[in-house]
Design a protein around this ligand. Sequence first.
Ligand code: GAL
Length: 707
Amino acid sequence: MNEQIYIFKIEFQALNQKFRFLLLFVVLLCFIPASKAENPFFKAADLSQSWIYYYPEHWPEEQWERDFKNIAELGFEGVHMGEFAWAQLEPEEGRYRFEWLDHAIGLADKYQLKVILCTSTATPPVWLSRKYPEILIKHENGNYSDHGARQHASFASPKYRELALKTIEELAKRYGSDPRVIGWQLDNEPSVQFDYNPAAVMQFRSFLQDKYQTISALNQAWGTAFWSQVYNSFDQINIPLMKQQFMNHHQILDYLRFAAQQTASFLDMQSLCLKKHITTQQFVTTNYIPNYEEGHIGLCKELDFHSYTRYMVFGENKGLGRKGFRVGEPLRIAYANDFFRPIDNLYGVMELQPGQVNWGSINSQPLPGAVRLWLWSVFSGGSQFVCSYRYRQPLFGTEQYHSGIVGTDGVSLSSGGEEFLSYMQELDQLRRQYSKKRGRLDYPARAAILYNHENAWSIQNQKQNQHWDTQKHILSYYSALKSFGSKVDIITESADFNHYPLIVVPACQMIDDRLVERWKKYAEAGGQLVLTCRSGHKNRNGALFEAKFGEKLNLLSGAEMLFYDLLPPEAADSVCMGTESYAWYTWGEVFEPAPGTEVWARYQGDYYSGKAAVLHNNLGKGGVTYVGVDSRDAELEKAVLSKLYDRQGLSHLDLPPGVVVEYRDNFGIAMNYSNKTYEFPLPSQAEILIGDKQIETADVLVWKLKN
Ligand code: GAL
């Protein structure tokens, strides 16, 4: 026995019985795996908290107390403040004014409202832009942003970063150990900036130098032998002009990687500054826009968790049926939930519209019930909080026509406000159920979608068919999985694949041998891997492999790709699977299967009629399904997944378009975004808590299982 263990044993035996027991208990506690319920920021029994944006600086100070009192009486539990208040916090360089915020926090606390504070870096004050104009973003056309809107400062600017940190540090010192403050939001909807500021150019060059070390390595990675694009040194390289035709797409790819890291580092820098002073009870997050191509999401190392913002009715997104624009795309919130939850196993929603917005192409009224539907949609994915944007409709400024929980008089509840109220009352009902016994209620199956935004970037620069839409392609698989009632996690390459019985990898254009090996091992160990068209063509620099086209995936697909074809939409063709035909035109890969590989669908209608489009290859204990075609109406993708589910014995529902079902904390939540009433097939032991099993448009059903 090792000497140290021996000494420990002697000493342990020397302890009295009671103390020994206590020590053992403490040691055991250390080994209980952390679960989301045990995070230090949210209590499991609260299920989800409800917060609201309030901008004290927009309103006369004598109205604040009335507003906080009303906010609390409505049922909100927290207020979000200070997001755009840099000018009020630091009216002149180095002169800070916190009295007004002290007063607002004091009043919030008087009405038991928790406070979420922000770093107001999205709105630098005018003294900063005038004294240090080098902090302004430079656009592709050479113009600089100016004071008078927001988000006009360059994340690359050392001066901007320095001054931002000074203010943040003052805030952190003042409120970092204040128990009334529960957490911090950094900046506002931080995105990848397309910024040609000289500081950004210098940093892009250093990024490239770090990455490639030598200019010849960069020349090779970017294929600069093509069109005489060769560089002699790193200082000749500029940020690529996105609007210049035929700009080197390898360069664009690296620029997007750089810009994503730039945004992440700007946030991490803020978080580290806060964390020098704040207690571990205060969280740090930010409010991301969950766009498909926002590659910086997930890159930050210093956030406690990720939050997102979601807007549903703004003129461009179509729901189902003639009035669907009032409800929004059925899976818009679900996708964001499934994207954010796996990042930290903990997420929240920082903004949700309470009614009309001001910035859309057509700012319609949401359908009565839609705001409540969205709230339940956020809740259903496992969110720890939802915060609505905003409490009062502003009387001045860009967002005058933006609804609030109360209207322009500052007191009358808007219709969205009424719906918030209903949701919060219903949530209280669930909180009361939380401690009561109920049966286990969970998803019938789980699946993952492996997503790497870099593929979306790469495809965007070389679409080959202008009608190709990466987002639509991913959604065709996602919507099928959701219609099965499955739990779906959107995962990255850092995830443990073995956690999922089935993984869909849509349009994974850029690969390396390691990833292919991981996929192979996953399938051999029993996983079902679904690879889709536009996968495996390129290396991580975006260059084609010196091999037969698509050859890197032959072992997985059990077939050889002969060629790919693209059609004009008016000449769409079809593929035939079983007795059904499915139209396609955006992308079709044509295969020659190896002996033993199953062909699930074949092309019809052109000179390669009868050739394979969808393949299934049994591999070890699992298998690979390769869907080489992107169907027009997403029906083929659903049929393929359904066949796979059936063969694997994975149980599934068959929900109609627009009906979404989720489970959390042993509650079932069904939501109807469709334009028809839907009767949900409740199990016999179900006890309805909210709604009716006939779920009307924009309505919600919540149930539990009797014990
Ligand atoms: C969001 C933004 C908020 C506010 C809101 C209005 O995108 O983060 O600050 O402007 O839109 O709907």
